[in-house]
Design a binder for this molecule. Structure first.
Ligand code: AMP
Length: 398
């Protein structure tokens, strides 16, 4: 069966097609600048990327173009659209009710509309992508896979904020967690690699990319994660502050007369590694500047390590131990210096890495960098959220 995976953003739409019997991705691409002008890039493994500027007024236009390309005699991978057995849709947010991957009927769609208020950035475009797909592929199941569902079994002590309880009850202000599909994928792969049932393991997974989060997974259940009500909480990220004293926000708003939108912009787009370094939001550029002696670039990286180590330490305490530590995403998969700097500070937990193995690990490939006999397995595992979405979709419809 072929599964189409859709990840719709406000002006972009990513897609991948998987052949589930072979377990292979057979095509992927990106529709960009939807509603502005429009462009598509379309790729099949081992073949040249096809790129074209083409008018994309809406998500409907984008999906129509994707389906046309997928069945194109030269560029396509399907003889007919009917080969698509089901569509998996990535949703960042499933609220409190959509706690596992689900075939989306009218009731689920209504619920997704009802939680747009707490998910204003990702919710509306994801629903647009879903509706555009449902129009053009009305005869197949559309499955929602939710980043938040991985966190649905966190204990209330992890997810209830210590603010008046009625804000949780009335407005659903709580910690939801994000990147769950990635944490779920790499934790499953890690358990497979160490050859143990995930239910017997204490694991910490670090998704370090432009957005970053860390999760604590005890006996197969995620018990804590660093992102919260939004993907803003937790670690400092490319341009996001992560956790700061909330009074800094009200103080600055008062002192500078900032509107909520202006404050939000500072916290989301002007903070984090960019805000501290003043150089870039990209780790590679900051590390380059650090090497060249830029003190703020150095500080930005030190703050990042400080937060990562602090969170890992607290999660190990929550789980009363640690068996497996996983690094993934853009920084986690590619940056041996970040992995080494973090692991070196975790010796007290039993994390001991072979520096050669870590440094010579091929970028973006699996690596077991643990020193022989180390109490904690330290692994680098490339994430594959799209495959996870395809697998959930397949398992629900096959
Ligand atoms: P992601 O959001 O997972 O795509 O990760 C993006 C981030 O990964 C970028 O901001 C970079 O800082 C980082 N990154 C990507 N490739 C490398 C690399 N080869 N070395 C170091 N950092 C990298």
């Amino acid at each position: 069966m072929k599964i189409l995976v859709i990840n719709a953003g406000s002006s972009s739409l990513k897609y991948q097609v998987f052949d589930m019997e072979k377990g292979e991705m057979i095509a992927k691409g990106l529709c960009d600048r939807i509603g502005v002008d429009g462009a598509i890039s379309h790729k099949r493994p081992g073949k040249d990327t096809y790129k074209k500027d083409v008018e994309l007024r809406t998500h409907d236009d984008a999906i129509a173009l994707v389906l046309k390309l997928l069945t194109d005699p030269e560029l396509g991978v399907l003889t007919d659209i009917s080969e698509i057995g089901a569509v998996g849709h990535r949703f960042a947010h499933g609220g409190e009710k959509l706690t596992k991957s689900t075939i989306l009927g009218e009731q689920e769609k209504e619920y997704l509309y009802s939680i747009v208020g707490i998910n204003p950035l990702h919710g509306p475009p994801a629903i647009k992508g879903l509706e555009a797909c449902q129009k053009l592929l009305p005869n197949v199941s559309h499955v929602g896979v939710f980043d938040t569902s991985f966190y649905s079994q966190m204990p209330p002590s992890s997810y209830v904020y210590p603010i008046p309880y009625e804000y949780y009850e009335t407005y659903k202000i709580r910690r939801y967690g994000f990147h769950g599909t990635s944490h779920r994928y790499v934790s499953g792969k890690a358990a497979e690699y160490v050859g143990k049932d995930i239910k017997e393991l204490k694991m910490i997974t670090c998704h370090l990319g432009n957005g970053s989060s860390i999760s604590a997974i005890k006996n197969g259940v995620c018990i804590d994660t660093s992102m919260g009500f939004t993907p803003q909480e937790g670690l400092p990220m490319g341009t996001r502050s992560g956790s700061i004293d909330p009074t800094v926000v009200t103080y600055l708003m008062n002192a500078l007369g900032l509107s909520p939108k202006e404050m939000d912009d500072i916290l989301n787009r002007k903070s984090g590694l960019l805000g501290v370094s003043g150089v870039s939001s990209d780790c590679r550029e900051i590390m380059q500047a650090d090497e060249e002696g830029n003190p703020r670039a150095h500080l930005a990286m030190e703050i990042l390590y400080h937060y990562i180590v602090k969170i890992i330490g607290s999660y190990a305490a929550e789980m009363d131990g640690l068996d497996v530590l996983v690094f993934t995403a853009g920084i986690g998969e590619n940056d041996a210096v970040v992995r080494e700097s973090v692991c070196k500070r975790l010796g007290f937990l039993g994390v001991k890495i072979d520096e050669d193995k870590n440094r010579t690990a091929k970028r973006g490939e699996f690596c077991d960098m643990s020193l022989e006999g180390a109490a904690v397995k330290a692994l680098c595992i490339p994430t594959d959220e799209e495959y996870m979405i395809a697998l959930d979709t397949y398992n629900l419809v096959k």
